[in-house]
Ligand binder design. Structure first.
Ligand code: 5GP
Ligand code: MN
Length: 332
């Protein structure tokens, strides 16, 4: 992969740009994609931004969500636009398979592909890019990219809102270790672009439905197990539980973090029964590497303190397997 600067000539003249991100997009995925969308559009390019799946409700207020294509509903159109594009940007993922249904079209695409991402161990499939696992968020990297292009003054309110959202969600509201001085400098700069951070926090975090709040209460009482011996916690969500509370896309966001607020708990896992697979989310505090844990046991990956994976076994078998691993490895 060549340094991203070497891709600049591809965007000298107006080009057709295709941008995508990972399946089940979060604040950083949508924020970075829309931030880059607004920037490249303002530069005169014709930009298509495609989300592999639906944008969760808590992000729908973001400027430009109405312009996004949802690959699950508009796959044919997205495939056509991908084929017609001159350049492809991939944001916030490190392996085509993280886009789920866009994996094959991306692998088949012959256009130059540019990666902007902060996950560990990217696949060697991009022509140009920035892969920086120490960065707080892909939004921070899109901000760096715009600066690298010499276009800091083009960062307007729309771009600012999008980038602020991703850096806020990926840093746990500026609390995780990756929240460096440069993150705060970036945020200080964004706040001069006519954005209101309180409104953004409220739109993302204080927009729960009543049933989501009650679901959280139910889950913490009924579905959270604490293993003090291993400084660990497990939350299990069956399909039945989710149907009972009419759980919507995005309603389980952040659930995995709650056990980490218990003194002594440094490793939290969420096991979710999805239609075709069992999805796992892992979070840690301190020096337990959940990216390695996800890679070793659950075909996954991610970051040192936040990762995910999956299991092909049944929901109940996966829970038993997880507990067995816990007692085998004794995380501390
Ligand atoms: P989440 O638990 O929020 O789904 O994901 C946490 C982090 O792990 C995210 O940065 C995400 O990109 C990464 N991640 C989640 N699931 C997978 C997976 O199945 N494979 C890989 N390689 N990374 C994942
Ligand atoms: Mn991210």
């Amino acid at each position: 992969m060549l340094p991203i600067q070497e891709s600049h000539p591809l965007l000298q003249a107006p080009a057709k740009v295709f941008i995508t991100t990972h399946h089940k997009p979060d604040g950083d995925a949508i924020g970075s994609m829309l931030g880059l969308y607004h920037y490249l559009t303002a530069k005169g390019h014709s930009v298509t931004a495609v989300s592999p799946s639906e944008v969760p409700d808590f992000l729908r207020w973001m400027p430009g969500t109405d312009k996004l294509l949802n690959y699950e509903q508009q796959g044919d159109l997205a495939d056509k636009l991908l084929k017609q594009s001159d350049v492809v940007f991939c944001l916030d993922f490190n392996d085509f398979s993280r886009t789920k249904h866009i994996e094959q079209p991306l692998a088949d695409a012959t256009q130059p592909k540019i990666l902007i991402d902060h996950h560990l161990f990217p696949k060697d499939v991009w022509d140009y890019g920035m892969s920086m696992p120490d960065k707080s968020s892909t939004c921070e990297m899109v901000y760096d990219y715009i600066n690298l292009c010499g276009d800091n003054t083009m960062i307007n309110s729309d771009i600012g809102k999008c980038l602020y959202t991703g850096v806020m969600t990926d840093t746990g509201s500026f609390k995780f270790p990756a929240t460096t001085a440069s993150v705060h400098l970036m945020v200080a700069d964004l706040l001069t672009r006519n954005i209101d951070h309180t409104t953004i926090h409220q739109a993302v975090y204080d927009s729960w439905s009543e049933s989501r709040m009650r679901f959280l209460g139910y889950v913490l009482i009924e579905r959270m197990e604490i293993f003090h011996k291993y400084n660990a916690a497990l939350i299990r969500l069956s399909r039945k539980d989710m149907n009972l509370f009419n759980v919507r896309n995005g309603d389980t966001e952040g659930l995995v973090n709650y056990p980490l607020s218990i003194a002594g708990i440094r490793f939290a896992t969420l096991i979710t029964e999805r239609g075709d697979e069992v999805k796992m989310s892992f979070r840690s505090k301190g020096d337990f590497d959940v990216s390695k844990f996800a890679r070793t046991y659950f075909e996954g990956g991610g970051h040192f303190n936040a990762s995910g994976g999956r299991s092909k076994s049944s929901f109940d078998e996966t829970i038993l397997y997880f507990k067995k691993i816990l007692s085998d490895i004794h995380p501390q």
